[in-house]
Every structure is written in C-alpha cells, then in structure tokens.
Design a protein around this ligand. Sequence first.
Ligand code: VGL
Ligand code: ZN
Length: 192
Amino acid sequence: MIDVRPTDALIVVDVQNDFCSGGALAVSDGDAVVSIINGLIGKFSTLVFTRDWHPPDHCSFADPPQFLDGSWPVHCVRDTSGAAFHPDLIVPEDAIVVDKATERIPDAYSGFDGTGLAARLRADGVRRVFICGLATDYCVKATALDAHAARLDVYVLADACRAVDHPPGTGLAALAEMNDSGVNCIRSGDLS
Ligand code: VGL
Ligand code: ZN
C-alpha cells in the first residue's frame, strides 16, 4: 500500500465529454474512470484537472482524421459541451484547472506543456504526482513523461485510465513505455 501524503497531487487528465461515450473522440469505456477517480479525490490535498481546450480552428482537426499522425476529428473546442468535464466528475472549487493546446498551433498532449504546471506544483511543495484519466496512450502518457522530466516522482493509476488503443495494444504499450521511463504503474487500490 502507498500512503497518500500532504505533498502528493492527483492529476486528472482530460475527463471531458468528447473523450467519453457519445463524444467526438470517444475512448472506449472512458466513462468507467469517473467513479474510480471520484473515489480518490478525497485522499489528496492538491488536485489538478487538465482540459484539452482547443480553438475552433485547431491544427489537429482534420476531415477525415488519420488518428495515427496526430490528426483528429474536431474535439474539445473551448467553451463547448464537448470540452466540459464529464457531468459526474467531482471537481472541487479549489482544484487547479489546467487548459492545454489553447492556441491554433502547436498541439500539446501533456498537461505540463506550456501551462506552468511544473512551477506551480513546485511552489506548492508537491513531490509526487498520481496521474489518471484519458487517454492512456496520448495525454496521460505525455503528462506522466513530462512530470518525470520535471523531476517529480510519478505514479500512473492504470485502472483509472483508458486508452484510444488504435491500433489495439497501444494502451498497454504506453504503460510499458512509461514504466521503462521510470514512471511507476500502480492501481488505485494500492492507495491508502
Ligand atoms: C487527446 C488526442 C487528441 C488526449 C487529446 O486527451 O489523450 N488525444 N487530443
Ligand atoms: Zn486534442
């Protein structure tokens, strides 16, 4: 078991309508992470929720999208219902909300990319981060690798993530890549 400490942060990545069932870029079984994450937030004194927050003409949008080359259907356009957090996700008033990929170019998958998040967490005395959300093989992976590069101790809560998994196996490969890079892959049940 891992005891959650006051210097730990939970980072919830992109649990937004467009990545959940019925969304523009739905991750299969994406909704399943919501209740797991809701059960974790009471353990943490620092909570970060990232949002994919694109302008309407974002550079990743394509018709037809190729998925593998970084082109995607229109998704998570700022201030639209698709970009809103899943309606059942508990987002406390004092949580840190981080918007990413807010300019037309470039795209950004990591919650640390251009957001000032590393400095903010450092200023708050955070040493370890526990990462969950959507999608394992894109924004969760990029956020975890950047957190590690920022010299935080990084844990990915594998059961509280879901992958785009296109082609199938990409989600598991992402977990292996994170593990090989020094990110600890654990399960939410390991937290006490
Ligand atoms: C994401 C694809 C495009 C993600 C965001 O949140 O994983 N994936 N934009
Ligand atoms: Zn995006």
